[in-house]
Design a protein around this ligand. Structure first.
Ligand code: ADP
Ligand code: MG
Length: 254
């Protein structure tokens, strides 16, 4: 299968004054096409740092990062921003929608600078919004819709460009449990039916159980990974066991 992300011997050191802090050390990770990978670990273990490096918004101190076989560490800012726009989709905990734009305009945002005609853009926005069940609220503003609808809008915006990779950092962190479950089902469908490749950071074992594979980080190190082989429930139980092993029991609840 095609490799979407290849991370080799990655390290990240934060320096503030005389202090150096190793946030990530010797991380090796491959993400293949159609993967749905969860990244778990205690707070402060380096999950967001790793995701931000894959997002090209932060740079490692050492190591290699290839996305779609391209060395993102060798790109200048101009190329990186195009690369982000065309190849990556982002979903954040706080949705990151623009309040002054409608749902439709928010979704269309990544296409705004493309060479597509407004007719084409409209067609694509309608297509993704139908897929995610929000086609009836396209003319509303973010403050007029629910949290779940806001997160669906963010997901539409993330997939409208057909990116190689969707990166999500705690995407259900601000949703109630029912809305969260619906949203996770949706990510699972995007992955299984549409073949979208997803990497999702979560501290929640239930959210992680929707993934096909979960990797565990502790103190900046990749501890191990587990793959879903049977039911979601069985996977959830194994995730809880691994969280206990790495001393992250507090996040092992639903
Ligand atoms: P997680 O997402 O797993 O909670 P982070 O990746 O945000 O963890 O952070 C990993 C470690 O790196 C933490 O100890 C955090 O305090 C530190 N860190 C993160 N960002 C910075 C920064 N910009 N400057 C200094 N230290 C940072
Ligand atoms: Mg984080």
């Amino acid at each position: 299968m095609t490799e979407i992300v290849k991370i080799k011997n990655l390290g990240k050191v934060y320096e503030s004054g005389k202090n150096k802090y190793k946030a990530l050390e010797n991380i090796n990770l491959d993400v293949k096409e159609k993967d749905f990978i969860g990244i778990m670990g205690p707070s402060g273990s380096g999950k967001s740092t790793l995701l931000n490096i894959m997002s090209t918004i932060d740079k490692p101190t050492s190591g290699d990062v290839l996305i779609d076989n391209e060395d993102i560490l060798k790109m200048n800012e101009g190329r990186l921003s195009l690369f982000r726009r065309d190849r990556l989709g982002f979903i954040f905990q706080d949705f990151n929608l623009l309040d002054t734009l409608t749902v439709k305009e928010n979704i269309a945002l990544p296409l705004a600078l493309s060479k597509k005609s407004s007719r084409e853009i409209n067609r694509e926005v309608l297509k993704v919004s139908k897929k995610l069940g929000i086609e009836t609220i396209l003319n509303k503003y973010p403050h007029e819709i629910s949290g779940g609808q806001r997160q669906r809008t963010a997901a539409c915006r993330a997939i409208v460009t057909n990116p190689s990779l969707i990166l999500a950092d705690e995407p259900t962190g601000a949703l109630d449990s029912k809305t969260s479950k619906d949203f996770l089902k949706l990510l699972k469908e995007l992955n299984e039916i549409d073949g979208v490749t997803i990497v999702m950071v979560t501290h929640d074992a239930f959210a992680a159980s929707f993934c096909k594979k979960v990797i565990f980080i502790k103190d900046g190190h990749l501890e191990n990974s587990i793959v879903k082989t049977a039911s979601q429930q069985e996977f959830f139980d194994r995730i809880i066991e691994h969280l206990a092993k790495i001393g992250d029991e507090e996040n092992g609840s639903i």
